[in-house]
Structure formats: C-alpha cells, structure tokens
Design a protein around this ligand. Structure first.
Ligand SMILES: NC(=O)c1ccc[n+]([C@@H]2O[C@H](COP(=O)([O-])OP(=O)(O)OC[C@H]3O[C@@H](n4cnc5c(N)ncnc54)[C@H](O)[C@@H]3O)[C@@H](O)[C@H]2O)c1
Length: 283
C-alpha cells in the first residue's frame, strides 16, 4: 500500500480516542471508511468529523458472529477491503488477587478476542484484495507487566503473540497481506475515564494523573504514527517517547525491570498502588 487514496479501511472502536483520530486522518487521505463502535453517539460524532457518511455500524467486537457478519457486509458494500485496524479496547484496574473473573473476562473479550475476531473475519477479504494490511493495537503493556493491569497485560501480550505469528504466516504463505502490531505509550484518550477498578482505586485521581502526567501523545499524533508504520510495512510500531524509553529499559534490564517498575509504581501511584493482598477475597 503506497497511500490510502481509494483504499477501503476498517476501524473498530472509532467513537473515541485513537480510533476516531484514525478515522479522521484516513478520510483526509482519501480512504473509503467503515467505522464501528458500541457507542452510538460517539460513532455519529466521528462520522460527522469525517465530513460525510462513512459506512458506520454499532458493533461489539466481542460478538464473534456479529463481527464475521460485519466483515462480509463491509466487503459486499465496497467490493473489497484493504486495511483493518483492530483498535477497540478497554481496561480495568485491580490486583490479581482482588480482580473478579468477570473483569478479567471482560477485558479479554474486547482486547484479545475482539482482535482475533476482527483478524479472522477480515483476513479472507484482505487476501482477496491483493493489497491488504492488518493492524492490531496492543500497548506498551504488551511489552512489559505493570501492577494492577494484569488483565490488560494478559490481553495485550496475547495480541502481540497472535499478531507476530500471523505476520510470519503471511510471509511464509506469500499472501499479499502486511501485518503491524502497534504498542502505544500514554495517549490522551478516554480509556481511563471509562475504566473501572476492583480495588478501591481513587479513579478521579487516577484519571487526572493519566491525563496530566502519563500521556505525552495526542490521539492525532498516534494516528499519524500508525499510518506511517502501515505505509512503511513495519511489523512493530511504538508510539511516543515514553514507549521507546520503556521498551529500551526493559530490553536492557531483562527480568530485573520488575523490581524497578514495582518501586517506581509504588512511588508514582502512591495511594493508587495495590494494597497488601487478601488471598481469595474475590472470585
Ligand atoms: N490511550 C492510551 O494511553 C493507550 C495506550 C496503549 C494502548 N491503547 C489502546 O489503544 C486502543 C484505543 O484506545 P483509546 O486509548 O483510543 O481509548 P478510548 O476509550 O478513547 O477508545 C476506545 C473505543 O473502543 C470502544 N469500545 C469499547 N468496547 C468495545 C466493544 N466491545 N466493541 C467495540 N468498541 C468498543 C469504546 O466505545 C471507545 O470508543 C485500545 O486498544 C487501547 O487498549 C491506548
């Protein structure tokens, strides 16, 4: 793919944040767009910002049958599909011990299974296009673990493994589909505002910390970086200087990064850091 002009691009989770910025940028670059989300009002606003009426649909990426039907419908509408960006995501806060299975499953359903559904449903159409690209949004939390994010860590590490395996399969098979796994650092979006916690975290303080201190990158800049990575056919894209710095630190430190990050998390997050565990307290 040399540019996006006339290409059919699919973006999930397009009602907010990085997904919305991708939709707006792809429209500006002449792509024919299919956007989806569970948030109807936000999706309508994104369509408005795209200055027209792109193909839009309420879609829960965790719903396997719905995603497969959606992929076939998009391909039928446009005649082809070139680019799929599996972007929809959520997070929840909680220690391993205190996080209920329901929270862990909810994060895996969207952040991991949502990516799997989008990938498998669209892959035949991308292969048929002769010029396809899959972009799966992981996180820097798919490169290293952090306290209170075990569910999100599990999902984002899984996305990375799944996507890197797919990338190699496309190379071996010779299918005309490039594959990119994206690892954003902190991006100023609504993801923490819509998050919940099972450990009594002060979410108001956390949202302020996230917005003011932990998110050096704007959604628009993140979208530009992702699309640059697609055009360069990069297998891995890091977003933000924070992502680059932390990825480098983890490589240099090896597994000992865990002690360092634990002490930094305790200091930076203060009262937000995990309390001593109450074994078996929550199921
Ligand atoms: N913001 C960050 O700092 C950051 C860092 C690393 C990775 N990410 C990842 O970037 C992606 C985009 O997140 P964002 O930061 O723009 O957050 P966001 O909350 O602004 O946007 C996420 C969108 O996904 C949608 N969504 C949630 N559940 C859904 C479902 N079941 N089906 C369809 N849509 C659903 C939401 O309605 C929302 O519009 C996510 O995968 C997230 O994990 C974000």
């Amino acid at each position: 793919m040399k540019d996006f002009n006339g290409k059919v691009a699919v973006v999930t989770g397009a009602a907010s944040g990085i997904g919305r910025a991708l939709a707006v940028e792809l429209t500006a670059r002449g792509a024919r767009l299919a956007i989806s989300d569970v948030d109807a009002a936000g999706l309508a606003r994104t369509a408005e910002l795209c200055g027209g009426a792109p193909h839009q649909q309420i879609l829960d990426v965790a719903d396997r049958e719905a995603v497969h039907a959606y992929a076939d419908a998009v391909a039928a509408t446009f005649g082809t599909v070139n680019l799929v960006i599996n972007n929809a995501g959520i997070t929840k806060f909680g220690t391993v011990d205190e996080t209920p299975y329901a929270d862990l499953e909810a994060v895996m359903d969207v952040d991991f299974w949502g990516v799997v559904h989008g990938t498998k449903a669209f892959l035949p159409h991308l292969i048929a296009s002769g010029d396809g690209h899959v972009v799966n949004i992981s996180s820097v939390f798919g490169l290293f673990g952090v306290p209170t994010q075990s569910s999100y860590n599990a999902a984002k590490f899984a996305v990375r493994g799944y996507t890197e395996a797919l990338s190699q399969e496309m190379l071996i098979s010779g299918h005309p589909v490039a594959v990119t796994c994206v690892h954003p650092g902190g991006v100023r979006t609504g993801i923490v505002a819509s998050a919940t916690s099972s450990v009594g975290t002060d979410m108001t303080a956390l949202r302020t910390l996230f917005t003011e201190k932990l998110t050096p990158t704007s959604p628009e800049s993140a979208a530009q970086t992702i699309l640059r990575g697609v055009l360069a056919r990069k297998p891995r894209v890091l977003i933000g200087y924070d992502a680059v710095a932390m990825d480098t630190a983890v490589r240099l430190l090896g597994p000992t990064y865990q002690r360092l990050f634990a002490s930094v998390a305790t200091r930076v997050l203060g009262a937000l850091a995990p309390r001593p565990v109450q074994t078996g307290a929550h199921r």
